[in-house]
Design a protein around this ligand. Structure first.
Ligand code: URP
Ligand code: ZN
Ligand code: ZN
Ligand code: ZN
Length: 483
């Protein structure tokens, strides 16, 4: 059976033009005028774009004494409802657990996915077994490794471990990733706040000022430079971190920054809300920031110093958040956003004139497909690409509400916000998963996307190699060797 999307305007990261799209066997087989197919999807008045890729989700993840409440079924259903057709989740070994063991756990969970998915592997401890298994993980198509510089005493790795793992990534042609916050300082500030009687959700934000993120981002960049590995910085939330990324990129280093839709559109005043639940539901790391930081993130997306908009979707119910009722350090960290990322970014990015539709496609899909080496299978409207597509209606509106969301939790951090710009259709490998608000997802339809490694490329790396390469010893200007 073939499907044709008719009368739409194709929008990619670099082109806007009118054409129909023919889909057969889950891939795009033709793009052009007057195409015919068995099933016709009308895209009159709509943009036909690559489906979104959310490279930062935590589905059914054990964390802070509980599990995040969206699993691969509800999480990917939420994704598709909002125009996202691929997620990249973090396989997270418990400290001491083998990477391959964790990976098989994640493969079991993701069997229920409604859309395609890949993983990053988290490095939560260091040892010979981890070193060895990193190669096996790459051989299985997982070519990005995430490191937590925060969550001291749980997931955090120290600088010696970071450097060792980064060098291993470089040798394997893998991408290094970091959650960049100075975990030692956070632990110290948290203890002090608690001792002073500051137990509420607002203290979570006080314990993680922009400086802890700026310092760790800069440190990770310098360590990555010495290890000669490209670096992806997740959830970049403030000017201090953005500044470090901007500077690295201007020096030719392969460093990418990823702001979240939450940090772009919600600010720190949320933590001063008189309702404890309201504030606790928004506790995540890094915390929401003030308007200057938000402006910095938007400027980064406009200028290209920041590359990707993600969600870090890590959803906890109100009951789970209440574990930290008397101690903010026990509030499970994380917020949802999978269903709302694309509509919120369109509303606050494209409708305000900050981003062009092409830039929207770049930061929600194409850039990350290239960074993670799954382009043009994903992130493209090209013949041969997977038919992961969204038919986007720029006139369609709704008010975001937990009552009508796909996510399994009982609230939404964007509750009450009106969005303009929503999917008319979302297609996952050619299959219509969302049609005019009707959800037709199919549990288990999603497939794992394996990714190839590639040689590490980092300009500063070559400078470092020159500095450290063995040189002949010179005496009085006369070379001692090589004569
Ligand atoms: O608060 C957050 N971001 N929770 C999810 C885990 C992480 O740090 O990304
Ligand atoms: Zn993180
Ligand atoms: Zn509230
Ligand atoms: Zn995360």
């Amino acid at each position: 059976m073939s499907t044709v999307i008719k009368n739409g305007t194709i929008v990619t990261a670099d082109l806007t033009y009118q054409a129909d799209v023919l889909i057969e066997g889950g891939v795009i087989t033709a793009i052009g005028p007057d195409l015919r197919g068995d099933e016709v999807l009308d895209a009159t008045g709509c943009y036909v774009m690559p489906g979104g890729i959310d490279p930062h989700t935590h589905l059914e993840m054990p964390f802070m004494g509980t599990y995040s409440s969206d699993d691969f079924e509800s999480g990917t259903r939420a994704a598709l409802a909002g125009g996202t057709t691929m997620v990249v989740d973090f396989a997270l070994p418990a400290p001491g657990q083998g990477l391959l063991d964790a990976l098989s756990m994640w493969h079991n969970k993701s069997g229920r996915a409604n859309c395609d998915y890949s993983y990053h592997m988290a490095i939560t401890w260091w040892g010979e077994q981890v070193f060895d298994e990193m190669k096996a993980v790459v051989d299985q198509g997982i070519t990005s490794f995430k490191h937590f510089m925060a969550y001291k005493g749980a997931l955090m790795v120290n600088d010696d471990e970071l450097f060792a793992s980064f060098r291993r990534c470089a040798d394997l042609g893998a991408l290094a990733m970091v959650h960049a916050e100075n975990g030692d300082v956070v632990a110290e500030l948290s203890a002090r706040l608690l001792a002073e009687g500051n137990c509420g959700p607002e203290a979570h934000a006080y314990s993680r000022p922009p400086q802890v993120e700026g310092e760790a981002t800069n440190r990770a960049i310098m360590i990555a430079d010495m290890a000669a590995v490209p670096l992806y910085v997740v959830h970049t939330s403030c000017e201090e971190a953005h500044e470090a990324i901007r500077r690295a990129r201007m020096l030719g280093k392969r460093v990418w920054g990823e702001p979240l839709i939450q940090h772009l559109t919600l600010d720190e005043s949320e933590y001063l809300h008189p309702d404890w639940d309201h504030a606790a539901r928004r506790v995540m790391s890094p915390p929401f920031r003030n308007k200057q930081h938000q402006d910095s993130l938007w400027a980064g997306l406009q200028s290209g110093s920041l590359s990707v908009v993600a969600t870090d979707h890590c959803a906890f119910t109100t009951d789970q958040k209440r574990f930290g009722m008397n101690d903010f350090t026990r509030i499970p960290n994380g917020t949802g956003g999978l269903e709302d990322r694309m509509p919120m970014l369109w509303t606050h990015g494209v409708n305000t004139g900050r981003l062009t539709p092409n830039e929207f496609v770049a930061v929600t899909s194409t850039n990350i497909a290239k960074i993670l080496n799954c382009y043009p299978k994903k992130g493209a409207v090209l013949v041969g690409a997977d038919a992961d597509l969204v038919v986007w209606d720029p006139e369609k509106t709704k008010v975001i509400s937990a009552g009508s969301q796909q996510s399994a939790i009982d609230y939404n951090v964007f509750e009450g916000k009106e969005v303009k710009g929503l999917p008319r259709y979302t297609l996952t490998r050619g299959q219509v998963a969302v049609a005019d608000g009707e959800i037709r997802t199919q549990e288990g339809h999603g497939q794992f996307v394996a990714r190839e490694p590639r040689p590490a490329v980092n300009r500063a790396l070559s400078a470092w190699k020159e500095l450290t390469a063995p040189r002949p010893v010179e005496r009085s200007g006369i070379p001692a060797t090589g004569v």
